[in-house]
Design a protein around this ligand. Sequence first.
Ligand code: NAD
Length: 499
Amino acid sequence: MKELDHFIAGKHVKGTSGRFGDVFDPATGEVQAKVAFASRAEVRKAVEAALAVFPEWASVNPQRRARVLFNFKALVEKNMDELAHMLSSEHGKVLADSRGDVQRGLEVIEFACGIPHLQKGEYTEGAGPGIDIYSIRQPLGVCAGITPFNFPAMIPMWMFGVAIACGNCFINKPSEKDPSVPLRLAELMMEAGAPAGVLQVVNGDKEAVDAILEDPDIKAVSFVGSSTIAEYVYSHGTAHGKRVQAMGGAKNHAIIMPDADLDQVTDALIGSAYGSAGERCMALPVAVPVGDKLADALIERLKPRVETLKVGPPTDPDSSYGPMVTAAQKQRVIDYIDMAVKEGAELLVDGRGFKLQGYENGFYLGGTLFDRVTPEMQSYKDEIFGPVLQIVRAHEFDEAAALPSKHQYGNGVAIFTRDGDAAREFASKVNVGMVGINFPIPVPLAYHTFGGWKRSAFGDVNVHGPEGVRFYTKIKTVTARWPKGGVREHPDFNIPTMK
Ligand code: NAD
């Protein structure tokens, strides 16, 4: 059985804790590898390797650091096919979507190549007699990122691209479900010219996460995953003196106005509710049509499309989406479908019994569609994270618009309308972090920042873009005076002021 290890100090290092997790091939249901779970001592080894190289990396000039990232980008592009196959084989998403996962991460690397410009700082000449003030952004030191299974390429790159460009060293603790791509990215970063220890990977579970959160030499932790763990990482990490940004779960709504282009809406919902088997934090699992007539017309279009979704192996270019990541994840979604039925939602398309011929043990789940879901239902309140679309009928715009604002999650939301006023008002007022207007998955580009509100994010600073640079640097302000020769200082017992 293949054994996936750690990448510490520039080398693959076998796990020594004796603890391992199973890595599945979701398409067949077979265990394809074992991944080592790091002990505290193994995490500490990575921290020490990072500490040893940090002074050197921080003092490399910013442009040279950026050149390493340029090289890295070229290497990732060269190895795109290998990375996409590796990603699909552990995650289950279709190949084209895996390429998109890598590509969206690369866009953050492209952004990071320009970070010298954002790290320049500020300068005031002549702030007082002979006095200049300047502010510089310095790296923090050793940073760590704990990443989820659903974007094993993009999310690590969101974090380490920016952290490394700013002069930090970075330790990634990837999801134990699909750790191969993060390991490969660390190899490529070294090939690109980063010194050993600048980017490392420790695999593992809660033990490795706690070791990261409690290590006094790790200065900042980025997390992306479910909200319960995000909240834990935020509170435990900050209690140990760290800067923490922790992105959590989501339940994104699509508000559909009677004037919307229904064909466009249908395409948008099919792609964003069922793409990647619904395992995206920016999926649209809730549709809120305004008015019964619109709801009926929408269902008439959606139902046949959901019934004919092509669920298949990730390597089949005709597959709409592939299997769920694990049997446990599939069962969790089935339990939510059972719950919604019990709660009285109207099941229009039932994906529970779906079996793919030739892949009977794969973790496939058919597309599921519910009508007449209500805000009181638990299956509406919780994140399902599967190929399930819930329709909540609203009678008027205000009722529809209030739903995402009141929901516990506030990651993304979309409105479909031709009415500019309504869209503008909605975007301004809605209590959600990322808004799409006639745009289903509003994941901002790399030079903007990504982050939700409410239980979708803990911490004050978003990921990537200028906020990412702020997160991975600390500001130092220097006040300098070069007195002219012969000028005497007289002791002044009062605070200096600019009179
Ligand atoms: P998860 O919370 O189970 O795992 C995320 C990370 O935390 C993994 O590295 C995992 O090993 C670690 N972890 C798991 N249990 C832990 C514990 N008890 N203590 C400490 N660490 C633990 O999330 P997942 O299933 O990998 O990913 C799916 C979730 O991530 C969904 O909720 C999704 O909405 C969310 N997500 C959010 C965003 C965002 O930007 N807001 C993006 C992608 C995914």
